[in-house]
Design a protein around this ligand. Structure first.
Ligand code: FAD
Ligand code: FES
Length: 279
């Protein structure tokens, strides 16, 4: 899946796009692993507005699941008006999603939030995914490739507990990016936690222009935020929070900022510059 968005200027802060609330259908479902699924929905009227880092609030046709669930956009097929999400089953909402079938109706509110800013052409992009944080970074890598960025200048670190947590690996490899899978038990790729080889690379990358992008569990994001500050590498992290509304109304998703005050992850985020949020 690729996107045909206009290139954004990394120096500009992207504005939040007016979301659509759209009844649509499951057009494709794929099992990606024991607990992982890809779902493609369409048609969706705002497909051309979707950027890597955007998310949707998904309403399920399940009376037991009242609140919408936030899901990152994992990819788009603009010519078909279709959008993909990738999910891990963790509770009632995601379990209900995993039971959806082709043709089932859903309601999508989106695209929501502030997306990633693309890197400058002279920078290497260092993407760091942890577990089910991979969807927005896969979308970012695919978007960069579709825009002619050099795949050799995209470093894709992907950490998981075991081999089973490193999903979509052939799709990532097919992009030709520098792929570094890392597992805690060593069952696939480098053994350890993803921030270890990342720090080794940052430490050895004297003079190289880098930009970090990360999405994953809070502990990993905190470590990457600190590494960015320690090595003077700019970048962005995509945060998760419980999101009752997703549109800035309920204040259920606020996080403290380093400069004081708070921000809503759903509207001022989920993508924040490194150093912005007090993690
Ligand atoms: C902006 C954003 C993008 C996201 N993108 C994706 C994605 O692409 N794929 C994906 O699988 N998941 C994604 N998530 C996480 C996903 O929304 C939650 O896992 C989901 O809402 C859980 O719903 P549930 O009903 O299955 O679980 P629940 O029954 O609500 O919860 C199950 C367990 O997960 C915990 N939990 C629930 N939501 C979160 C959360 N947001 N962060 C941390 N812990 C949580 C609960 O405390 C509980 O322990 C995203 C979250 C956000 C905020
Ligand atoms: S989820 Fe309601 S304000 Fe962010």
């Amino acid at each position: 899946m690729v996107d045909v968005q206009d290139e954004n200027n990394p120096a500009e802060s992207p504005e939040m796009i007016k979301p659509a609330c759209c009844d649509t259908f499951v057009v494709k479902k794929k099992k990606l692993g024991v607990e992982y699924f890809s779902l493609t929905f369409g048609p969706f009227s705002k497909i051309r507005a979707c950027r890597p880092g955007h998310f949707i609030q998904l309403k399920l046709p399940d009376s037991q699941v009242f609140f919408r669930r936030p899901m990152s956009v994992a990819g788009v097929i603009p010519q078909n008006s279709e959008m993909e999400i990738v999910l891990k089953v963790v509770g009632r909402g995601t379990s209900s999603m995993s039971r959806l079938k082709k043709g089932d109706p859903v309601n999508i509110l989106g695209p929501l939030g502030i997306p990633f800013k693309l890197p400058h052409r002279n920078e290497s992009a260092v993407l760091v995914a942890g577990g089910v944080g991979v969807p927005p970074l896969l979308f970012l890598a695919e978007t960069m490739i579709s825009k002619g960025f050099d795949p050799e200048k995209i470093l894709f670190y992907y950490g998981g507990r075991t081999s089973a947590d490193i999903i979509l690996r052939s799709r990532i490899k097919s992009l030709g990016v520098r792929f570094s899978p890392v597992t805690e038990d060593g069952s696939y790729g480098i053994e350890g936690i993803v921030t270890e080889p990342l720090e080794k690379m940052l430490n050895g990358a004297k003079g190289e222009k880098l930009r970090l992008y990360a999405c994953g569990p809070e502990g990993m994001l905190k470590a990457i935020n600190n590494l960015g500050l320690k090595y003077g590498v700019d970048g962005q992290i995509s945060l998760e929070a419980l999101m009752p509304c997703g549109i800035g109304v309920c204040l259920g998703c606020v996080v403290p900022l380093t400069e004081g005050g708070h921000a809503r992850v759903c509207t001022e985020g989920p993508v924040f510059d490194i150093g912005k949020v007090a993690l």
